[in-house]
Design a binder for this molecule. Structure first.
Ligand code: AHM
Ligand code: MG
Length: 349
C-alpha cells in the first residue's frame, strides 16, 4: 500500500540528513557538522539581510563606515561559523579565509568526532553594500590517519598537525557546499551522492528541499569571467574567449557573458543553467585569485557531483594537493563540455 501524500509534509535539510543517516550514507557526526553549518548560514543570512539597514544608519556619520562595516560583516560571519562549528563538538580543526592559520578546536569542546572544516564565511563581500548576492562556501574532511592530533601541549607541533590535516586534496572531501544569500537563501550541498539544494523558508526558519539531485547541463552558452583582466591573461585563455564571441563559429549566436563578481552567485547560475565560470591566472597573479581549499575545491566537488567538471586549465582541481592553507589556483568550472572546450586551448600551450 502506497503511503498517502500528506499535504503538510515537508522535506527539510534536517529530515534529509536523518534519512541519509538511517541509510548509513553518512554517520551521525557528519550530520551534526552539516547541521551546525546550516545554523551558521541562517544566522549569516539574517545579518546580510539587515546589512543595508545598518549602513543607512551609519551613513550620517563618517564616510569610511561603509568599508569598515563590510569588514565587520566578514569578521562577524567568521565568528558565527567558528562558534557554530566548535559548539557542535564534532569539529577538530577549522580553516577559514579570515584566519591566518588553521584553528584547533579546544579538545574540551570536541568531545566526539574530529572533522576538519574549511570555509569562506562570506565570499564576495565587496558586493554587500550594493545589495548584490553573496555566499558562504565550505568543505568537510575526515582527519588524516597519518597525522593524529595528539600534540595539544605543544603549540608549534599542534599547528603543524593542523596544517597537515587541512591540506587534503578535494577528491577526499566528505561533504561540501555553499549557501547563497540572494532573492532567496539557498543551501546547495553534496555528501558524495549527488547535489541537493534547500531553500530557507523564513516562515519556519528551516531549509526545505527544493532542488533534488541537480545535474548541470552538459553544455551551456554562458561564460562568466572578469574580462577586465583580458590583456593580462595567458594567450590561450584570450583565444578561447575570442572564440566564444565569434558569431560564425556558433551559428550566428555567440555565447552570453554574465559576471556578478560573487563566486557563489555565478556558480549557482552556472550549475542550474549550464556554462562556465573562470578565474584564470594572469601576468600579475600566476594562480589567479581564488583559494583552493575553501573556494575552488568545494565548487569543483559540487560540479563533479552534478556531472560537470572543475579544472585549473591543465589539471583536475580535485587532484591538486594543497601545499598551503591559502593557496590559490586558476579555476574553470561548470558544464563538462564547456570546461573540456576551454582545456582544448589551455592544454595546448
Ligand atoms: P573574496 O573572497 O575576497 O570575497 O573574493 C572572492 C571573490 C569571488 O566571489 C569572485 O568570484 C571574485 O572574488 C571576483 O573577483 P574580481 O573582482 O577580481 O573579478
Ligand atoms: Mg572568498
Amino acid at each position: 500500500q502506497t503511503k498517502q501524500q500528506n499535504e503538510y509534509e515537508i522535506f527539510t535539510l534536517t529530515t534529509w540528513l536523518f534519512k541519509l543517516e538511517k541509510q548509513g550514507t553518512i554517520n551521525n557526526e557528519l550530520a551534526v557538522v552539516i547541521s551546525s553549518i546550516a545554523l551558521a548560514c541562517k544566522q549569516i543570512a539574517s545579518l546580510v539581510n539587515r546589512a543595508g539597514i545598518s549602513n543607512l544608519t551609519g551613513v550620517a556619520g563618517a564616510q569610511n563606515v561603509q568599508g569598515e562595516d563590510q569588514k565587520k560583516l566578514d569578521v562577524v560571519s567568521n565568528e558565527v561559523f567558528k562558534n557554530c562549528l566548535s559548539t557542535s563538538g564534532r569539529t577538530g580543526i577549522l580553516a577559514s579565509e579570515e584566519e591566518d592559520f588553521p584553528v584547533a578546536v579546544d579538545i574540551a569542546d570536541a568531545y566526539s568526532g574530529n572533522y576538519i572544516v574549511c570555509f569562506d564565511p562570506l565570499d564576495g563581500s565587496s558586493n554587500i553594500d550594493a545589495g548584490i548576492s553573496v555566499g558562504s562556501i565550505w568543505g568537510v574532511y575526515e582527519p588524516s590517519e597519518e597525522c593524529p592530533m595528539d600534540a595539544h601541549d605543544d603549540a608549534n607541533k599542534l599547528m603543524e598537525q593542523c596544517v597537515v590535516n587541512v591540506c587534503q586534496p578535494g577528491k577526499d572531501l566528505a561533504a561540501a557546499g555553499y549557501c547563497l544569500y540572494s532573492s532567496s537563501t539557498i543551501m546547495v550541498l553534496s555528501v558524495g551522492t549527488g547535489v541537493f539544494g534547500f531553500t530557507l523558508d523564513p516562515m519556519i526558519g528551516e531549509f526545505v528541499l527544493t532542488h533534488k539531485d541537480v545535474k548541470i547541463p552538459e553544455v551551456g552558452k554562458i561564460y562568466s569571467f572578469n574580462e577586465g583582466n583580458n590583456d593580462l591573461w595567458d594567450e590561450s585563455v584570450q583565444e578561447y574567449i575570442k572564440s566564444l564571441k565569434s558569431p560564425e563559429k556558433w551559428d550566428g549566436k555567440p555565447y552570453s557573458s554574465r559576471y556578478i563578481g560573487s563566486l557563489v552567485g555565478d556558480f549557482h547560475r552556472t550549475l542550474l543553467y549550464g556554462g562556465i565560470y573562470g578565474y584564470p591566472g594572469d601576468k600579475k597573479n600566476k594562480n589567479g585569485k581564488l583559494r583552493l581549499l575553501y573556494e575552488c575545491a568545494p565548487m569543483s566537488y559540487l560540479a563533479e557531483q552534478a556531472g560537470g567538471l572543475g579544472s585549473t586549465g591543465t589539471t583536475r582541481v580535485l587532484d591538486v594537493v594543497p601545499e598551503a592553507v591559502h593557496q590559490r589556483v586558476p579555476l574553470f568550472v561548470g558544464s563538462k563540455k564547456e570546461v573540456e572546450y576551454l582545456e582544448s586551448f589551455t592544454k595546448k600551450s
